[in-house]
Design a protein. Structure first.
Length: 442
């Protein structure tokens, strides 16, 4: 077999490696309105259908600005913008909804033609932007929260959710929302493996920007990938080109919010989303986080802050009470999540012998819950347990069993606990026992 044949086999191996890695993971796809109108769009839909058929769960968030402009102009309603944001008048609201659902229906129809079932739905709770610097944004709003459970049920039922740029507050008042912000908040809420921004903006190229040394570029000069730290430096080195980096800024915001990988893809430059996902070289620009760079061992000086973090959870009955002495006695088992010198989360991993470990003491500052800190701490401890060749992990929980189950744990029983832990089990608390097997017995 010649070199060409070898290359094809390597490509096949690469693709199947990524398919296995991402099967059942969730990708959030933000598609600019302009992309939906161009000649590439049918190809993009076929690529999304390919992802779906490979077992990847996708959520689509389509932009609608261009279509809203068209509909408002058609009905003689003028638009006013402030800071690049549309001020949505009461008169404009019915037409904004019309335009938003026009766009979502076009995507749903296209997917139906590819035998992919999709649903357009209201999984957003919105709130008004209000008055900023004396400007009343009227019916322009922001994402208040994502209705995670109904959204997850749709995904579990193998539908593709399509989310319009209209959200409602609890009393039914509609708001015009940013599709970028929806995509970010949805990705945070569902723990998306990846977030994609697909637009007609030009691919980022090294010849157009000042580039940090750690940035990886492709042979054609395309900026292929960079981590969060390099992304921050990249923005600071290119302040004069800020207007061309709005999508990049959103991508970096997503990384800071806890999304592992955010990809920026130009819809007009050939290989598209499949090449970006299923090849090492990619086709766009990937910004990624160092998953554990802010997690470290707890120090004695951290104890007061850790006790402060734990206190609300103790009061709710989620955590058992701990004091300074108990934390000192178990100092080596705890890790903390630190940002800019401030502790926002903690958790512990205790070795009970016989390759069995316990995760406990998980607490995250409520103001930082959306950053995925709890998930990062748990994944860090799972990784650490695997490194230490633990065979099994367990934890006891009274209020968060579903959360842990969604992250790979299963419900266990008293018989799954080490003997010493079984004897100390508090039947009054009646905690649920969650188990994760890390190694199969041989």
């Amino acid at each position: 077999m010649g070199i060409d044949g070898k290359d094809e086999i390597e490509i096949i191996r690469e693709v199947f490696t990524y398919i296995n890695r991402f099967k059942d993971k969730i990708f959030v796809i933000k598609i600019d309105n302009n992309v939906i109108e161009d000649a590439y769009f049918p190809v993009l839909l076929k690529d999304l259908a390919t992802l779906y058929n490979a077992g990847i769960r996708i959520i689509i968030v389509p932009g609608a600005r261009k279509r809203i402009d068209e509909v408002l102009m058609q009905y003689g309603i003028s638009s006013v913008f402030h800071g690049g944001v549309r001020i949505t008048s009461e008169e404009a609201v019915p037409f904004v909804k019309m335009a938003a659902f026009d766009v979502t229906n076009k995507i749903m129809t296209g997917l139906a033609g590819l035998q992919i079932n999709a649903l357009v739905g209201n999984w957003i709770r919105a709130k008004g932007t209000g008055v900023i610097d004396g400007i009343d944004f009227k019916y322009t709003g922001e994402v208040d929260r994502i209705l995670e459970e109904p959204l997850q049920r749709v995904i579990d039922d193998l539908f593709v959710p399509i989310i319009p740029v209209v959200g409602w507050n609890p009393v039914g008042r509609p708001y015009n929302l940013s599709s970028d912000d929806i995509a970010l908040e949805v990705a945070y809420a569902v723990g998306a493996e990846k977030l994609f921004f697909i637009s007609q903006e030009g691919t980022l190229n090294v010849k157009d920007f000042s580039i940090p040394l750690s940035v990886v570029s492709a042979p054609d000069g395309r900026i292929s990938r960079m981590d969060e730290a390099a992304g921050e430096l990249f923005l600071s080195l290119n302040k004069e080109k800020s207007e061309h980096l709005q999508t990049f800024r959103k991508a970096l915001q997503g990384i800071k919010g806890g999304i592992k990988r955010v990809h920026i893809i130009n819809s007009r430059e050939g290989k598209g989303i499949l090449a970006e996902i299923f090849s090492n070289l990619g086709a766009g620009t990937m910004i990624f986080q160092n998953e554990f760079d802010r997690i470290r061992s707890m120090k004695v000086d951290d104890i007061p802050e850790v006790l402060r973090l734990m206190q609300p959870f103790v009061q709710k009955g989620v955590l058992i009470p701990r004091d300074k002495r108990s934390l000192l006695d178990n100092l080596e088992t705890f890790v903390v999540y630190e940002t800019d010198g401030l502790i926002h989360g903690c958790a512990s991993l205790t070795d009970w012998g016989n390759k069995v470990g316990e995760i406990a003491g998980v607490a995250v500052d409520p103001e930082y819950e959306k950053l995925g800190i709890g998930r990062k701490l748990i994944m860090y401890l799972i990784t650490e347990a695997s490194r230490q060749q633990f065979k099994k992990l367990f934890l006891l929980t009274t209020r968060t069993a579903d959360w842990f189950e969604s992250r790979g744990f299963s419900v266990g029983g008293l018989e799954d606990l080490p003997e010493a832990k079984r004897k100390a089990y508090n039947f009054t608390r009646n905690s649920r026992i969650m188990i994760m097997n890390l190694q199969q017995d041989t």
